[in-house]
Design a protein around this ligand. Sequence first.
Ligand SMILES: C[S@@+](CC[C@H](N)C(=O)[O-])C[C@H]1O[C@@H](n2cnc3c(N)ncnc32)[C@H](O)[C@@H]1O
Length: 204
Amino acid sequence: MFMDTRAAFYENPVIIADRQAWEEINLKDAGTIEVEIGFGSGEYLLRRASEYPDRLFIGIEKKSGLITELAKKVAIHNIDNIRLLESCASNAFTHLFPACSLSRAYSLFPDPWPKRRHIKYRLFSPQYLRLLNNRLISGCEALIVTDSKDYYNWVLKQLPGTGFEVENSTIPAQFDTRFERKWLEQDFRTFFRILLRKTEHIEA
Ligand SMILES: C[S@@+](CC[C@H](N)C(=O)[O-])C[C@H]1O[C@@H](n2cnc3c(N)ncnc32)[C@H](O)[C@@H]1O
């Protein structure tokens, strides 16, 4: 977390560049907080933030170029309820968010890491799911949407013992993100949705 030290990061009020900027957010008084993990070009985050102006939206992305690109769009659209964090999601969840602080989390088309030797890089391992559970408020939801049936089945297998009730289904395109459009261009029409509802609090 707080990986980029360029002045541009520090000068941009949308970007959470350091611990002080993080603390200024004051999560306790921020009301309803939603987090997008790996927002890419940020289309969904921008839409949700416009739709729900009373909520705070925190976007986590590990590529700094995507952070600066989205920060520009946030300024152009004059949106004041988005903050962006350059971080690996598991570091951010471990070190920044307290237990029971988030109302909703989502990850659209997370990297599926299809090769067997890369499975260790997949998000939504049991350890990460337990952490996500811990940071969500009871009864709140996390949404994962993927184009990869293999990844979908893998995530479903990681769920036992993570404190979530699951609703899974296939869905048509509906998020209009860069990766969804990419798959549509390649004639993918069916995507896989996993909706997790926190039913039991897990210590993590
Ligand atoms: C396949 S892209 C999907 C982007 C976007 N959600 C979309 O639908 O177009 C996955 C994104 O997740 C980001 N990402 C991958 N692993 C991450 C992690 N551990 N923490 C934060 N972001 C991550 C990547 O940099 C990339 O932008």
